[in-house]
Design a protein around this ligand. Sequence first.
Ligand SMILES: O=C(O)[C@H](O)COP(=O)(O)O
Length: 206
Amino acid sequence: MERLLVLVRHGQSEWNLKNLFTGWKDPDLTEQGVAEARAAGAKLRDMKLQFDMAYTSALTRAQHTLQLILAELGQEGLETVRDQALNERDYGDITGMNKDEAREKFGEEQVHIWRRSFDVPPPGGESLKMTAERVLPYYRAEILPRVLEGKRIIVAAHGNSLRSLIMELENLTPEQILKRELGTGAPVVYRLNEDGQVVSVEDLAD
Ligand SMILES: O=C(O)[C@H](O)COP(=O)(O)O
């Protein structure tokens, strides 16, 4: 039985382009983001992958990315579940702030801690640990059982919601996940065994 799980971060958003902390804000894709999403779909098509179900967040940039990928695959209208459990990490009070200006104001090191530490949340926002505490229960209850019953699943979501899931799938330590960056529009293709453990991983980033 095929147990396929593909994770893909949305293409470049308007706020990625402006270098703003985005979190739960809802900008759409840029032209480049649209192109990245189409390219992700083309890569999956070249691998002859097809899906039985899709999951995405409650945010436009992820939903739009999924829609463009499915169009490339000729799978428009695929059964899709949208849930805010898969939303980006909430950046709290620094949402909307320019990332370079934040470094000037709070210092390079502090901003790096907010962005890449495991358990230090930005003020009023979520750490990666807190993000994992909503992503993983959702994954275990909704997504994993479907993969294990043989449904081929694609998840279009966000840098940090996916990093928290990848940490679990790849058994990474907090130190290892800090260094794991996800490119916009770069699918990661997992095959799982009957216990839900990863037997192969293919990162399609160029
Ligand atoms: O929410 C954001 O600003 C980005 O999508 C991810 O931000 P990061 O690179 O700081 O994790």
